[in-house]
Write a protein that binds this ligand. Structure first.
Ligand code: ADP
Ligand code: MG
Length: 258
């Protein structure tokens, strides 16, 4: 299968030093990718480039084999949805209003949301367990609830690629699992490709098809979880001693600090 998203020798810098360089990646439809790496290693930069918010100064990003730079912002939003690390809402929108915002790439100019849009929004609220908070103000929600609303907005966008930046960080154990279950089912049932940045290494390893470990803006290792989550990779990238064994339930790699 042709990749839906390709990074070809991509480099990006905010200022003089490169935040990301020599990046090559091929993401295929329906794949779930985990992006790992310590703070400042370029994970968020990678997602912003994949979302088209940041244009690389080196190399090229291809979306469905077409250079990303040739898409309009609106056309991109119909294909790629980002659940950002931080979101700020100036107005006290309700959960439902925030999720409906996800429909904007599907609306015509000056068109209001119709029956289909409301239906899609409610499905997204249901999938993320947000129905009960549909009328609450986004400003009143807990960190975890807000993350689920932002994921619901991304679902409502009906994209083919979803990018999640540390979305599970503030969630309790049950919701962490539910979010991973949800994104996993999106990849399997709808063929959506998902890139998750997460510090939950074990959990990512349980669900992801492939992983990338970044160090200083470059790919240190990539492959299936068992090839990436190794003692030597983790020690050289995170600089701490670990033991890696297998998750007794799933057989995926499991990391313990020494
Ligand atoms: P991560 O998400 O892995 O923590 P980032 O992609 O946010 O890493 O950052 C990668 C590098 O780029 C870091 O050195 C960071 O300081 C730098 N950086 C990130 N955002 C900006 C910005 N807006 N302006 C300048 N430098 C930035
Ligand atoms: Mg980040």
């Amino acid at each position: 299968m042709d990749p839906i998203l390709s990074f070809k020798n991509v480099g990006f810098r905010y200022d003089r030093s490169w935040a990301m360089r020599n990046l090559n990646l091929d993401i295929r439809p329906g794949e779930l990718w985990g992006i790992l790496g310590p703070n400042g290693s370029g994970k968020s930069t990678l997602l912003s480039v994949a979302d088209g918010i940041l244009a690389p100064q080196e190399g090229q990003v291809l979306l469905e084999n077409i250079p990303m730079s040739s898409f309009t912002r609106l056309a991109l939003a119909g294909k790629v949805a980002m659940v950002a690390q931080e979101s700020y809402f100036r107005f006290s929108f309700s959960t439902l209003e925030v999720v409906l915002m996800g429909r904007f790439p599907h609306l015509k100019r000056f068109q209001f949301e119709g029956k289909k849009d409301i239906e899609v929004a409610f499905k997204a609220l249901e999938a993320t367990d947000c129905l009960e908070i549909a009328q609450r103000s986004i400003h009143e929600l807990s960190g975890g609830e807000k993350q689920r609303v932002l994921i619901a907005r991304a679902l409502a966008q009906e994209p083919t690629i979803i990018l999640l930046d540390e979305s599970t960080s503030f969630l309790d154990l049950r919701y962490k699992k539910e979010i991973f279950d949800l994104i996993f089912s999106l990849t399997r049932e709808r063929g959506v490709s998902v890139l998750v940045v997460s510090h939950d290494i074990d959990l990512s390893a349980q669900y992801c098809d492939r992983m990338v470990m970044l160090k200083g803006g470059r790919i240190h290792s990539t492959g299936v979880p068992a090839d990436v989550i190794t003692v030597s990779n983790i020690e050289s990238v995170y600089g701490c001693q670990v033991i890696v064994d297998k998750n007794p339930a799933k057989g995926s790699p499991r990391v313990s600090l020494v």
